[in-house]
Design a protein around this ligand. Structure first.
Ligand SMILES: Nc1ncnc2c1ncn2[C@@H]1O[C@H](COP(=O)(O)OP(=O)(O)OP(=O)(O)O)[C@@H](O)[C@H]1O
Length: 245
C-alpha cells in the first residue's frame, strides 16, 4: 500500500542525507515500530510517508502512485487518510477537548467553513464517539491545557480518528509520558489499529514497547535502513548495533 523506492532526503545547507536510499513497503494491518538513535532519521522518514517532507531522490508511492506525481487534490486526500500523533501532542492549548478533536475534520470541510469554524451536530456526534473510543473521561468542554499528558495524547488520537484514517503515523507519541501511561497509550493505539485494520508506523525510543506491540520492527542508523524484521529477530546484537553499545 505504501512503498519507498530509493528514497533519500537531503536538507538544504547540509551535506549528509537525513535518510539515504531507503527501500521498504508497508501493507494494511501492519503495526510497525521504527527504532533508531536520536538523529537517525526517524522523524524525516515518518514525514515522507504522507508528503509532509518532500523527498530529494526516489519516490514514495501510495497504491503504486508516487506522491510527487499526484494532483494537489490527491495529495490532500493522502493527508486526510493519515492520522498523525506527535510527542508534544500539537493540540491548541486554549481550546476545548471537543474543539481540538473537531479540527481533525478540517480535511473534509471547505476552506471558508474552516475559517469560520463551522461544524454541524453530526460533526459533534463524531467527536463525542471518538472521545468514547479513546476512553477519555474528561468533560468535552474542558480546555486541553488543563489535561495530563496521557489525556492530551488521547485527545490527539481522537482528533486523528475523526479523519477516518487508513494510516496512523506516530512521531515519538509516548516520549513525553511516564512508562505506565506510555504503555496504555500504545495499547490504545494497537487496539484502534486492529479495529480499523490500519497501517500504523510509529517512531519509538523504547525498544521494550516496540517488541511488545509491533508486528514488525524497522531500524534506521545514520539515515540507512539497517533492520527490517519481526520483533523476535530484533535481538541484543541488533540493539547494540543500532544504539552503539
Ligand atoms: N530541517 C532540518 N534542517 C537540517 N537538518 C535537519 C532538519 N531536520 C532534521 N535534520 C537533520 O537530519 C537528521 C535526521 O533527523 P531526524 O529528526 O529525522 O532524526 P530522528 O531520528 O527523528 O531524531 P530524534 O529522535 O532526535 O527526533 C539529523 O542529523 C538532523 O540534525
Amino acid at each position: 500500500m505504501i512503498k519507498f523506492e530509493n528514497v533519500s532526503v537531503l536538507y538544504p545547507g547540509t551535506t549528509k542525507p537525513a535518510i539515504q536510499n531507503v527501500n521498504v513497503s508497508f501493507q494494511k494491518g501492519e503495526f510497525v515500530c521504527v527504532l533508531g538513535k536520536s538523529g537517525a532519521g526517524k522523524s524525516t522518514f515518518i514525514r515522507c510517508i504522507n508528503g509532509l517532507q518532500p523527498v530529494t531522490e526516489g519516490s514514495v508511492k501510495w497504491d503504486d502512485k508516487s506522491l510527487s506525481e499526484m494532483t494537489h487534490k490527491e495529495n490532500l486526500e493522502v493527508r486526510r487518510k493519515t492520522g498523525m500523533i506527535f510527542q508534544h501532542f500539537n493540540l491548541i492549548p486554549r481550546m476545548s477537548v471537543v474543539q481540538n478533536i473537531l479540527t481533525g475534520l478540517f480535511g473534509y470541510k471547505k476552506s471558508y467553513e474552516n475559517l469560520l469554524g463551522l461544524f454541524n451536530s453530526s460533526d459533534r456526534m463524531t467527536a463525542i464517539e471518538a472521545i468514547n473510543q479513546v476512553e477519555l473521561t474528561v468533560e468535552p468542554t474542558r480546555r486541553v491545557e488543563k489535561l495530563s499528558g496521557g489525556q492530551k495524547q488521547r485527545v490527539a488520537i481522537a482528533r486523528a480518528l475523526v479523519q477516518n484514517p487508513k494510516v496512523f503515523l506516530g512521531d515519538e507519541p509516548v516520549a513525553s509520558l511516564d512508562p505506565g501511561t506510555a504503555e496504555r497509550i500504545f495499547y490504545l493505539l494497537k487496539e484502534t489499529h486492529n479495529k480499523r485494520n490500519l497501517v500504523s508506523i510509529i517512531n519509538v525510543h523504547d525498544v521494550v514497547l516496540a517488541k511488545k506491540f509491533a508486528t514488525r520492527i524497522i531500524a534506521l542508523k545514520e539515515g540507512k535502513l539497517v533492520f527490517d524484521g519481526i520483533p523476535e529477530e530484533f535481538d541484543e546484537k541488533m540493539f547494540a548495533e543500532i544504539y552503539n553499545y
